[in-house]
Design a protein around this ligand. Structure first.
Ligand SMILES: Cc1cc2nc3c(=O)[nH]c(=O)nc-3n(C[C@H](O)[C@H](O)[C@H](O)COP(=O)(O)OP(=O)(O)OC[C@H]3O[C@@H](n4cnc5c(N)ncnc54)[C@H](O)[C@@H]3O)c2cc1C
Length: 312
């Protein structure tokens, strides 16, 4: 983990003990853990708390008995709202993060500044678009919705072209167990390992490709020309196209160290900047890992403030 920073001086010189940027599972877990050890926090979130969880219809890898994202989100939100030591700044986003020897300073979109000894950055990821990846050629400016936004009611009996083999495909299939929607999944070699969980589903047709050229026809129908990994060309038509390409990190500007892939490795950061959740790396992007890393990040700040990090 990061080095122990210098002493912070009087707590009265800061607005709070800990700033948390992002109100997903990682940020919410950080706020709860911080409160449990007596630390005040300010959590900044532009949307509603746990906004991504509200988009996950079925869960099968979270302990505690919740079987849907909204169920889990509701219980987290209720706990956060009753956490007196956490001040929620909802409807605001962070525009700048600065870290120096004695404090972090976070600027929000109103121009207001908040200071604290430590900041936890848990801003997660957002969906990549066709123009972001080399294996797709698409009309200029085309943006498509992620697959999880496809409504089950719209999906029945239709064929969806799904770009990329990322995991939300499995979520869609589990959430709509009786739908007869066909998913025509076009994916590059790098996604091969991700499609194992959907390979046997009869509603899925798999198209491993080197390249895809996409054109949107009249209405909502879609035509694409796929060049397979054996160089064979194939034309695919569908009723609509959705994204499952993957995500890109959404770190706020300022004093964050980004890797070549845009992610923010926790071990590379300024001693006062602690990264949690999906923003850490392209791997380990799960609810339970976000909760765990957010909790650990809060304890990291707690021990660092007491200069106990290097003492075991
Ligand atoms: C369709 C779908 C299905 C999924 N299914 C599962 C599943 O079944 N099981 C599972 O374990 N995981 C699943 N996941 C992954 C899981 O949702 C994530 O791993 C988890 O939400 C990550 O939590 P996080 O707190 O790191 O980030 P997020 O949940 O992404 O939260 C980040 C928050 O930061 C906020 N933010 C961004 N920029 C700023 C800024 N500048 N200032 C302030 N706030 C900012 C955002 O508004 C957002 O609320 C799924 C994800 C998707 C999209």
């Amino acid at each position: 983990m990061v080095d122990t920073p210098p002493r912070t001086g009087s707590p009265a010189t800061h607005d709070t003990d800990l700033i948390i940027i992002g109100g997903g599972p990682a940020g919410c877990a950080a706020a709860r853990m911080a409160a449990s050890v007596g630390m005040r926090s300010i959590l900044v979130e532009p949307d509603r708390l746990c906004r991504n969880l509200y988009r996950i219809p079925a869960l099968n890898n979270v302990l505690g008995g919740c079987t849907s994202g909204p169920e889990l989100a509701d219980s987290i939100v209720a706990e956060l709202k009753s956490t007196e030591l956490c001040r929620l700044e909802l409807g605001r986003h962070v525009t700048e993060l600065q870290a120096d020897e004695v404090r972090v300073t976070v600027t929000v979109d109103t121009g207001a500044r908040i200071t604290a000894p430590y900041v936890i950055v848990a801003t997660g990821v957002g969906p990549l678009q066709p123009c972001d990846v080399a294996w797709i050629t698409a009309p200029d400016g085309l943006t498509l919705p992620p697959l999880w936004q496809a409504e089950a009611d719209d999906a029945g009996g239709r064929a969806f072209l799904v770009l990329g083999g990322d995991r939300p495909i499995g979520t869609f299939l589990r959430a709509n167990p009786t739908t007869d929607t066909r998913l025509l999944v076009v994916y590059p070699a790098a996604d091969e390992y991700k499609i194992e969980e959907i390979r046997e589903d009869p509603r899925v047709a798999l198209f491993p490709v080197e390249h895809l050229t996409l054109s949107m026809a009249e209405g909502t129908s879609v035509t694409a020309v796929a060049v397979g990994q054996d160089s064979a060309r194939q034309t695919i038509t569908a009723d609509a196209a959705y994204l499952s390409i993957g995500n890109a990190p959404t770190a706020p500007p300022g004093d964050l160290i980004r890797g070549v892939d845009g992610y923010c490795p926790p071990t590379d950061q300024h001693p006062r900047v602690i990264v949690a959740g999906d923003l850490r790396s392209a791997r380990f992007q799960r609810i339970m890992t976000a909760l765990g890393s957010g909790s650990e990040a809060a304890l990291h700040a707690y021990y660092a403030a007491r200069e106990l990090l290097t003492k075991g």
